[in-house]
Design a protein around this ligand. Structure first.
Ligand SMILES: Cc1ncc(COP(=O)(O)OP(=O)(O)O)c(N)n1
Ligand SMILES: Cc1ncsc1CCOP(=O)(O)O
Length: 267
């Protein structure tokens, strides 16, 4: 019963939120007009916590090739990142078979749930639904956030990769919860990914109505400078290789977390 009330509350809040600046026809519409435009299937009642943007503070994004290189299982890598202080985790597993991915995702869900850390799945809505993950992260060439929202319902977290203010605006209209913006610095983790630099990150953050996490080439030497930009909706950094292409994932995560915390304390 409590879950049903929470789902209904999330639905109404989501509708109100997404209609607040909506213009249809001759002018701005009241929140209730938009309420009737939302068409969602019955929701999978699972983790129905609302998204807390502060969870983007230290976003650990896994990589199966790096785990393999260091002899880490996905579960061990996730456990270590959480031990070190990761505040949200994304399974970004590009070369793993679906069945193995789902098994690993279920195990990671248990780990994340018991630590109160949200777990998102990169690209694979099917895996996210099957393991009742907290959400999905999609890019510009994946299914749109609007379609993902229809599949996941209002209680789940949806992140969208954005490199431009126009993409940020579209992600907000589509019902995303946060934006991943980058590469801020050059990276070898993602091929053919243009580097935006601080200027590109600033442009997206200033245009975005959603919280933003910076990604791309971020590590212990430059994470402080990203957060020192002081952009109001820049909530944290998302990191792959500086955490997972390392022997001791928990040590690297702890180190990065303490750097981010010291910048936050000075702000
Ligand atoms: C937090 C975060 N931001 C951006 C990305 C990149 O996602 P995408 O553009 O879909 O590229 P791939 O990760 O699929 O290569 C991300 N994964 N996470
Ligand atoms: C997935 C992704 N999207 C933009 S840059 C990037 C790779 C980030 O990896 P790293 O933290 O190793 O540079």
């Amino acid at each position: 019963m409590l879950n049903a009330v929470q789902v209904a509350k999330n639905f109404v809040e989501s509708a109100l939120h997404h209609s607040k600046d909506l213009v249809i026809g001759n002018g701005p519409q009241g929140p209730f007009d938009h309420l009737f435009r939302l068409r969602c299937p019955p929701y999978n009642i699972g983790s129905q916590q609302r998204f807390n943007p502060d969870s983007l503070f230290l976003y650990a994004v896994t990589d199966s090739r790096m785990n393999k290189r260091w002899g880490h299982s996905i579960e061990d890598a996730v456990k270590a990142a959480i031990e070190g202080g990761a505040t949200i985790v994304q399974l970004r597993e590009k070369d793993i078979e679906s069945r193995a991915f789902l098994e690993a995702a279920k195990a990671c869900m248990d780990i994340c749930k018991s630590s109160g850390v949200p777990l998102l799945i990169n690209d694979r809505v099917d895996i996210a639904l099957a393991c009742n993950a907290d959400g999905v992260h999609v890019g510009q060439s994946d299914i749109s956030a609007r379609e993902v929202r229809k599949l996941l319902g209002p209680g789940k977290i949806i992140g969208v990769s954005c490199k431009t203010p126009a993409q940020a605006e579209q992600a907000w209209r589509d019902g995303a919860d946060y934006l991943g913006c980058g590469g801020v610095f050059p990276t070898t983790t993602k091929a053919n990914n243009p580097t935006l630099g601080f200027e590109g990150l600033k442009a997206v953050c200033l245009a975005s109505k959603l919280p933003v996490v910076a990604i791309g080439g971020i590590n212990a030497t430059n994470a402080g400078s990203v957060m020192e930009l002081g952009l109001p909706n820049l909530k944290g950094v998302a990191v792959v290789s500086a955490l997972f292409d390392r022997e001791c994932v928990s040590t690297e995560t702890r180190n990065l977390r303490s750097i981010l915390t010291s910048v936050r304390c000075l702000a």
